[in-house]
Ligand binder design. Structure first.
Ligand code: ZN
Length: 435
């Protein structure tokens, strides 16, 4: 099946009748009509659209929530536009229920100065999903010289990260946390001790031994998480831990928060739904960094999400071409796409399995990532700018990578039966509802 065209609608006025409106921050959870006019929520209530002329949507079976944010996506522009462009990434995000995403700087060339940050903002202008650039911590992501953080922040960078690579020198990370603090933007840590991961391709444990694959031990992540928490604590700065994958990291973050360190963290749907068992058939789509861990780690991640140790769920959407990804496990690049499956996976394996409430889902996908990145709040109340995600919590569907708007197909979830889907987004006057 060929990739469909992406068709958002520009609508001056939209009326959604009878949907469930859920916004924890506004203490709103009720079935009501919602009228959006000129990009703002004009009215909430019964018959909000009396005598209304515009786009009318039957909201039966729909839940409307504050717009979701993916705070960690890799788009491949500039450099690998065949794998993902800023536009195709934004379209995949909208189809997946995200009104805003933040994109990592490891493009070619990387986003590490004012012009490269401005390039992303320019390419993202007018797209239905807003794309916020994350600038590199160090020039060329080489780990030595800090980028001009004030310049990058002024141009629109919402955070700093060398994601894809750790910042190896603790002294550089220390200065990064200090300088980023002056801009008010967080440093996002790709926490990995390269000397411990040492060419590994999957989680180090009984299974890696059996499969004859080189392992990445949990301590590769945990030692780096511990280091960066200690740096933030020492300088009185902020650190955000990307893609937490181990029980040990959850424990470290929980303890740090308890003693008042300004640390936040995210995990990803694949760590919440898969384990290293997925590597059994040597499927390259089960290869990501950090690697899929054990069932105990997975349980600890759900627990951390539930008790607020982990603040956000991000996708770590990492597009790769089939030619590069579909090779021998050892040789395949790390990473899977996730923008179009995240919400469905979290509804199916979180909400429907009672590991998360819908309210908590809104916290980890909207409220908290917005707070971490300093983005405007998305609220469902009269007068607020329209920034909304639509959910069909009971829709049964099967993941089909050939129907994705992403230019890449490297998902481990192809063929999965899910219950609950992202149904669309409304941001400003741009509206997209899945067919
Ligand atoms: Zn990373």
């Amino acid at each position: 099946m060929p990739r469909p065209d992406f068709k958002p609608v520009r609508a001056e006025a939209v009326c959604i009748t009878g949907a469930r409106l859920l916004d924890p921050a506004s203490k709103l959870d009720a079935a009501a009509d919602l009228l959006v006019a000129d990009g703002r929520i004009a009215k909430i209530g019964s018959a909000a659209g009396g005598g209304f002329e515009g786009l009318r949507i039957d909201g039966a079976g729909l839940i409307v929530v504050p717009g979701f944010v993916d705070m960690h996506a890799h788009l491949r522009e500039p450099g690998r536009e065949d794998e993902e462009t800023i536009r195709s990434g934004a379209e995949a995000a909208a189809a997946g229920g995200f009104t805003e995403i933040a994109c990592m700087p490891n493009t070619n060339p990387p986003v590490d100065d004012r012009p490269s940050v401005e390039f992303v903002r320019r390419r993202a202008a007018g797209l239905v999903t807003d794309v916020h650039p994350i600038a590199a911590i160090t020039k060329g992501q080489r780990g030595d010289e800090l980028v001009e953080m004030a310049d990058c922040a002024e141009a629109g960078a919402v955070a700093f990260s060398d994601d894809g690579r750790p910042v190896e020198k603790a002294s550089v990370m220390r200065r990064a946390v200090e300088y980023a603090g002056m801009t008010g933007r967080p440093v996002i840590s790709h926490s990995e001790d390269l000397s411990l991961s040492d060419g590994g391709v999957m989680h180090e444990g009984a299974r890696s031994t059996r499969l004859g694959l080189r392992g990445i031990p949990s301590i590769s992540e945990e030692i780096a998480v511990d280091r960066d928490i200690r740096i933030a604590e020492y300088v009185g700065g902020r650190i955000h831990i990307a893609h937490v994958s181990t029980a040990g990291s959850v424990r470290l973050i929980r303890e740090a928060k308890a003693r008042g360190v300004t640390v936040t963290a995210e995990t990803c749907p694949h760590y919440l739904t898969l384990t290293d068992e997925a590597v059994q058939g040597y499927d390259p789509n089960a290869k990501m960094n950090p690697p899929l861990r054990t069932a105990e780690d997975r349980a600890a991640l759900w627990e951390g999400l539930k008790d607020g140790t982990i603040d956000a769920v991000s996708t770590d959407h990492a597009p790769h071409s089939s030619e590069e990804k579909n090779v021998e496990f050892d040789a395949a690049p790390f990473g899977v796409i996730g923008l179009e499956t995240a919400v469905g996976l979290l509804l199916t394996h979180g909400v429907h399995k009672r590991k998360l409430t819908l309210r908590e889902l809104v916290l980890v996908l909207s409220v908290l990532p917005r707070r971490i990145l300093g983005l405007s709040e998305a609220r469902i109340r009269e007068g607020a700018g329209a920034n909304l995600t639509f959910l069909r919590p009971d829709a049964a569907w099967t993941v089909d990578r050939d129907g994705f708007f992403s230019k890449s197909k490297n998902t481990p979830f192809h063929g999965w039966a899910l219950k609950g889907a992202a149904a669309g987004v409304l941001r400003g006057d741009q509206f997209y509802l899945a067919p």
